[in-house]
Design a binder for this molecule. Structure first.
Ligand SMILES: [Cu+2]
Length: 102
């Protein structure tokens, strides 16, 4: 009986949590971030999946940098709101954008 009540309490609690943090994948294939623009919110995690055989980065000028080794993935949890443009330091033509809601 105690367990039953606990289960109901948990179910109700989950129901009122506003929005769950998500993990959003960005694929890198043949020197292209895809999707190039991602809409996310603070607390979400971006996971870059590198399908290429060479390393890439997701680099923000004056900000953070994530190294994504060949055939591997790397991730970053978003801490600040606002739009942010990033590029690959090895291939500056590779560009991506994160639009981060509070
Ligand atoms: Cu690159």
């Amino acid at each position: 009986m105690q367990n039953h009540h606990l289960w109901i309490a948990l179910t109700l609690a989950v129901g009122i949590v506003p929005a769950q943090a998500e993990t959003i994948q960005v694929t890198i294939d043949r020197l292209v971030f895809s999707p190039a623009t991602v809409e996310a919110k603070v607390g979400d995690t971006i996971e870059w999946v590198n399908k290429d055989v060479f390393a890439h980065t997701a680099t923000v000028k004056g900000g953070w940098e994530v190294m994504i080794p060949p055939k591997k993935s790397a991730s970053l949890t978003l801490k600040t709101a606002g739009p942010v443009d990033y590029f690959c330091r090895f291939h500056p033509n590779m560009k991506g954008r994160l639009v981060v809601a509070p």
